[in-house]
Design a protein around this ligand. Structure first.
Ligand code: AMP
Ligand code: ZN
Ligand code: FE
Ligand code: FE
Length: 283
C-alpha cells in the first residue's frame, strides 16, 4: 500500500526540517507523497519539489492559513495552489506583516512579565518566519520555563498572558483565495475548533462548504477514533473530500512521526490523493 502525509511543516514556518530534509525523511520512511503545508507561506515548496524529484517522493504544494474563528483555532489548508500567483503572494505578505506586528507585541508582553528576551534572539532560531514555537524555544533555552509545553501553557497559548491576536482573513476569504489561485481548500484539524456537539460541527462545516470548502482533514495525529469516524461521516454526507496528515513539525513536536503520526496511529492511503487530484482536474 502506498502511504502519504498531507500535513507537514518545514523551516519555512515552524518545522525543524528544511524542505529538502523533510522530503529525504519521507523517502527513507517509504512515503509516496508528502504535502508541504507551512503556516501562511509557500517559501519551502520549490525546494521541496526539487528534492522530491531527487528522492522519488511526490511533493504536493500546499499552505496552511490561520483564519479568524470566534472560539477555537481555525486553519485552512490549500492544496495545489499556484504558488507563483501574485495575488496569493501579496495576500500572504500581508499575513507576514501582521505576524511581525504581533510578534513585537509578544516580546513586549514577555518583557513586561519580567522575562528578558529580544525579538532578535527569537528571529535567530527561526529561518525567516517567526512563530510562537520559536518563542517557546527561546523561553525554555533561557530557563524561564522548563519546556515547550510549559511555555504555551503559561504564556503563549490562546488566552494566556503573552498571547496576542494577529490580523487574519476570515474563513470565506481564505477559501476564496485558495480557490482563486487554483487550489483545493480543506479544513484542517476540525477538533481544534472546539465545537463539541456533532450537529453544530456539521453545521459549521456545511457553512464552509457553501463558501467553497472542498475537503476535511479526517486523519490526524491527535484524533480519537471517534473524531475520525465523525469527520468521515460528515464529509461523506456533505460530499467533501477526506484528507489526512500528521502535522509533522520535527523536534518542535517530537511525539509526531512523519507519515505515521502519534503512536503509529496514521496510515493514510495514496488513493485519497488520487481523489484530490481528480477533483482538481474536474473543477
Ligand atoms: P503562530 O502561527 O505563530 O501563532 O504559531 C502557531 C503554532 O504554535 C502551531 O502551529 C503549533 O505548532 C504551536 N502551538 C499553538 N498552540 C500550542 C499549544 N497550546 N501547545 C503547543 N504548541 C502550540
Ligand atoms: Zn506549526
Ligand atoms: Fe494547524
Ligand atoms: Fe499544521
Amino acid at each position: 500500500m502506498k502511504r502519504i502525509d498531507l500535513h507537514t511543516h518545514t523551516t519555512a514556518s515552524d518545522g525543524s526540517y528544511t524542505p529538502k530534509e523533510l522530503v529525504r525523511l519521507a523517502s527513507s520512511l517509504g512515503l509516496s507523497a508528502v504535502a508541504i503545508t507551512d503556516h501562511d507561506n509557500i517559501r519551502g515548496i520549490e525546494e521541496g519539489i526539487k528534492a522530491g524529484d531527487k528522492y522519488g517522493v511526490e511533493v504536493v504544494p500546499g499552505v496552511e492559513i490561520s483564519v479568524d474563528f470566534n472560539i477555537g483555532t481555525m486553519h485552512m489548508l490549500g492544496y495545489y495552489i499556484d504558488y507563483h500567483n501574485s495575488t496569493l503572494l501579496e495576500r500572504l505578505a500581508f499575513l507576514q506583516s501582521q505576524r511581525d506586528i504581533r510578534n513585537t507585541k509578544i516580546v513586549k508582553r514577555l518583557n513586561d512579565l519580567g522575562m528578558e528576551i529580544t525579538y532578535d534572539e527569537v528571529k535567530a532560531v527561526a529561518d525567516g518566519q517567526v512563530g510562537r514555537p520559536h518563542f517557546a524555544e527561546i523561553l525554555s533555552k533561557k530557563g524561564f520555563v522548563k519546556d515547550f509545553d510549559e511555555a504555551f501553557d503559561r504564556f503563549l497559548g490562546k488566552g494566556k498572558p503573552a498571547y496576542v491576536e494577529k490580523g487574519r482573513f476570515n474563513p470565506e476569504d481564505a477559501i476564496g483565495l485558495i480557490l482563486n489561485t487554483g487550489g483545493i481548500p480543506v479544513l484542517a484539524h476540525p477538533p481544534y475548533l472546539y465545537i463539541s456537539n456533532y450537529n453544530d460541527l456539521r453545521k459549521t462545516i456545511s457553512g464552509l462548504k457553501s463558501s467553497g470548502l472542498m475537503g476535511v482533514e479526517t486523519y490526524y495525529s491527535t484524533y480519537t477514533q471517534e473524531q475520525t469516524e465523525n469527520l468521515i461521516k460528515i464529509s461523506n454526507e456533505l460530499g467533501l473530500l477526506i484528507t489526512g496528515g500528521s502535522d509533522f513539525h520535527g523536534k518542535i513536536k517530537p511525539d509526531i512521526v512523519l507519515g505515521s503520526g502519534m503512536n503509529n496511529n496514521l496510515n493514510i492511503e495514496y488513493t485519497l490523493l488520487e481523489r484530490i487530484k481528480r477533483y482538481l482536474h474536474e473543477r
